[in-house]
Design a protein around this ligand. Structure first.
Ligand code: CA
Length: 236
């Protein structure tokens, strides 16, 4: 099964033999793969051009993958798949502050990696048609621009971290549906874990702060005590 040739994967890995394997597997599956060895080159590549997903090694010669991810997150919501060599890195990868989307632990099979890449891309591009539906109404509070991974609120583009974007989008796509924390976790996070449900609350809190910064005194997100959250998407 091949993918459209338009999907470009940036591979950031300093070990040529590992990079070779990844590039080969990605290209065999129809992806356009670009290899860089250094973290700074990766940041420049994402800034400069069209990158649909970044495969990012944690251990790089110039900067750690974590630092690189944070730098990228300052200006882009491009999906990031970490390559980790040590299990203790995994907790950090999945932590709130890093902003990675998923990880593959070394050693891994190239097939496994490609499968993970596809899963992430699929999740980030589905629901595009549903998203554009919310644009149609002139009283819409939100506009979701799936291709640029941006959401506007009453005409103001929001600066959202990756999970904030995914969480807000999930709520918007089903207006007024009451989601439990677990349901949101399952929809938005790659490795849902019920012990991380407070993570949902933390992201809702930061989302609310960003919405409030655009429009004081109005909160489109409703908390349903003991259950979860819903959103209204129309001006009333
Ligand atoms: Ca390395």
């Amino acid at each position: 099964m091949s993918v459209p040739p338009s999907q470009a994967i940036l591979v950031v890995e300093d070990e040529p033999s590992i990079a070779d394997n990844i590039l080969f597997a990605l290209e065999k599956d129809g992806f356009e793969a670009v290899w860089v060895r250094l973290g700074n080159d990766a940041i420049a590549a994402v800034r400069k051009g069209r990158v649909d997903l970044v495969v990012l090694d944690v251990g790089l010669p110039d900067r750690t993958g974590f630092e690189v991810c944070k730098s990228i997150r300052a200006f882009s919501t491009v999906p990031i798949l970490f390559l980790t060599a040590r299990s203790e890195e995994i907790d950090r990868v999945l932590g709130l502050e890093i902003g990675g989307d998923d990880y593959v632990a070394k050693p891994f099979s190239p097939r496994e990696l490609v499968a993970r890449v596809k899963a992430i891309l699929k999740r980030t591009t589905t629901a595009h048609l549903e998203a554009t539906r919310t644009v149609a109404s002139s009283t819409a509070l939100f506009v979701v621009d799936e291709t640029r991974r941006k959401i506007s609120y009453v005409g103001t583009p929001l600066q959202l971290a990756r999970y904030e974007y995914l969480l807000l989008k999930a709520l918007i796509l089903q207006p007024e549906r009451v989601f439990s924390r677990e349901q949101l976790m399952n929809q938005v996070w790659d490795s849902p874990d019920s012990s991380l449900e407070r993570t949902v609350d933390a992201h809702i809190k930061s989302l609310r702060a960003k919405l409030r910064a655009v429009r004081e005194g109005k909160d489109p997100i409703t908390t349903h005590r003991g259950f979860g959250y819903s959103i209204v998407v129309e001006e009333r």
